[in-house]
Design a protein around this ligand. Structure first.
Ligand code: XIL
Length: 563
């Protein structure tokens, strides 16, 4: 009698000898203790690219790839069901998945924890990826949490002729055994995929849509196996000393905002408590950017942005949309659009995104970072505008067109232009002021300017008098201001605190400053984390440290807001 076709290590076979039976020759049948249905009754409707129908979960190709800042392709970014079921377990387990119409390019992911998604990078957790190939192979790839790339990939010959077919994935200690319709395909080392005792699921479609008909989990050894659902989006928030509470006690309305990311919002309780409890405005940090919502010319997917908006609305938190037109974070197809077609692409993109969020997103960064970094662009009569794909195709006119299009799509929304480095005197500020003046003269519907106010180096410092002066100059033109992306280097936490406080004081003192928003909440997910580092080399620029302990900066902002 054959037990389980695991050639190595021997220990797994011996252990399985106690626990595994076989009924029909060549079939793997294990005694399991409890059987968990991960599909029925679970939430799969909030995974990007997925649609639930009577057959199961239909997965459509999104083709999401993260682009580097220079526009080149980086990692693929397939969806994860962070709002759906996940598992907590000890010991050996089996997962069985029934695939329909999936013999080529169907992908199933098991993640030890959800990846952190940055704008130009994904921090890859320990992961198992299973891919069907050409009707005849199953590929397994394993990431171990120390690199962007899989540490091991194995391709197994597998006749994917039955429809549907069932794949089983069994963890046996440090090995993973794969089987198709009960017949062993082979093994691959688990590395650290199962070492955290939790599993999250993701899927992708590389060629065409396919359907996951069933997904079940069971135990193969003594131990724990529990199905965890996502906690409700709503959490109580009534701390009178929280930033958002302090701000409402003021005469002039001022939102206290932060950039938020969907995965921690859905999966990290402590992050969610801070996001909900402390802030009255959220800016989706990356989830609204073109590469995430509009990965292919005819593919929009708003699922992740929608979850942020839904959670915001449940807590009366306003949403500031970021960013409609930007030189970065554009999917490859958008970058490769011939200049003569870019006007249409830009207009369609703005219309579709603003229309989708009409009435739910109260403000937009319509144009993000229009100013150039190259001093030459400020000379010889040039206006200092960045030469990115939109400028190259349309010249300065792209800016007015973007605002007019956004305004048409949602006449109620407040429309902002967002830029960095304009809190200082110098050519960037002069160019910005001149640009806003030209837009005003041409009756372009622009409501405000976002001062990003990133303070990332030890010799950087915001002079609050200069910042206030700039806010006042814009006010004189009838234009509001907001602090849109504040974060401050934090080696010296008291210096950091005074920087946070001074910017808050400047904003509070100016009636046209509509929001004080920071670029992130906790250093655990900060945008200044060094890309491609394993373990993560975290930055220290935010008000809460990597274990969510508030820093001096938090208390300093609290006291600025106290009446
Ligand atoms: C940042 C994101 O926060 C990071 O995740 C990413 O790695 C880099 O981009 N100005 C902007 C934001 O307007 O969109 C940028 O966001 C930070 C600078």
């Amino acid at each position: 009698m054959r037990v389980l076709i695991i050639k190595r290590p021997i220990a797994a076979v011996i252990m399985c000898g106690i626990l595994c039976l076989n009924t029909t020759a060549g079939r793997l049948v294990a005694l399991s203790f409890g059987d968990i249905d991960l599909l029925n009754g679970q939430d799969w409707s909030h995974m990007a690219g997925a649609a639930v129908d009577s057959e199961g979960v239909n997965v459509r190709p999104l083709g999401r790839t993260i682009v580097n800042q220079d526009g080149s392709d980086n990692q693929v970014n397939p969806p994860i069901n962070t709002r759906g079921p996940h598992l907590a377990f000890t010991g050996n387990i089996r997962l069985s998945a029934t695939f329909n119409n999936a013999s080529d390019g169907a992908v199933l992911f098991l993640y030890a924890h959800p990846p952190i998604i940055y704008d130009e990078w994904r921090a890859e957790p320990p992961t198992l990826r299973i891919t069907t190939l050409g009707g005849s192979h199953v590929q397994a790839a394993v990431w171990d949490g120390t690199s962007d790339m899989p540490v091991e990939t194995r391709t197994f010959s597998a006749p994917l002729t039955d429809d549907p077919f069932e794949l089983t994935i069994e963890r046996h200690g440090s090995w993973i055994a794969l089987a198709l319709n009960g017949r062993s395909l082979g093994n691959i080392r688990a590395h650290r995929t199962f070492s955290e005792g939790t599993l999250w699921f993701g899927m992708d479609a590389l060629q065409h849509s396919w359907t996951l008909r069933a997904l079940r989990a069971s135990r193969l050894s003594l131990g724990r196996l529990a199905l965890l659902g996502t906690p409700p989006l709503t959490v109580p928030h009534d701390d009178p000393s929280a930033l958002r509470s302090l701000a409402t006690k003021r005469d002039a309305p001022l939102t206290i905002g932060a950039a938020v990311a969907v995965h921690p919002l859905l999966t990290d309780e402590s992050y969610r408590q801070l996001a909900v409890g402390q802030f009255s405005m959220w800016t989706p940090e990356n989830d609204f950017k073109p590469q995430f919502v509009h990965p292919q010319p005819d593919v929009y997917d708003f699922t992740e942005g929608d979850s942020i908006v839904e959670a915001a609305r449940a807590h009366s938190i306003a949403v500031h949309g970021h960013a409609l037109v930007f030189g970065e974070a554009n999917p490859r197809w958008m970058q490769q659009t011939p200049p003569s077609e870019r006007r249409q692409v830009m207009v369609d993109h703005i219309r579709t995104v603003v229309d989708h969020y009409n009435g739910r997103v109260s403000e937009w960064d319509v144009v993000n970072e229009p100013l150039s970094d190259d001093p030459a662009d400020y000379q010889n009569g040039n206006y200092g505008l960045r030469r990115h794909l939109w400028f190259e195709a349309l010249g300065e006119a792209y800016i007015a067109l973007a605002f007019r299009t956004a305004h048409e799509a949602d006449p109620q929304a407040k429309l902002y232009l967002n830029e960095y480095g304009i809190e200082h005197e110098g050519q960037r500020w002069s160019a910005l002021l001149a640009l806003i003046t030209r837009l005003q003269q041409a009756n372009v519907p622009i409501d405000g300017v976002g001062f990003q106010t990133h303070v990332h180096s030890a010799d950087d410092h915001v002079d609050p008098a200069v910042l206030r002066g700039h806010i006042q100059q814009l006010a004189a033109l009838g234009v509001s201001s907001r602090i849109s992306e504040l974060d401050v280097h934090g080696e010296d936490q008291s210096l950091q605190a005074s920087e946070y406080a001074q910017v808050a004081a400047a904003c509070i003192a100016e009636p046209t400053c509509t929001s004080y928003s920071t670029w992130g909440i906790t250093d655990r997910y900060g945008s200044t984390t060094q890309s491609h580092t394993y373990p993560l080399a975290l930055g220290n620029d935010l008000m809460w440290d990597e274990s969510d302990t508030p820093k001096a900066a938090y208390r300093a902002v609290q006291s600025e807001l106290e009446p």
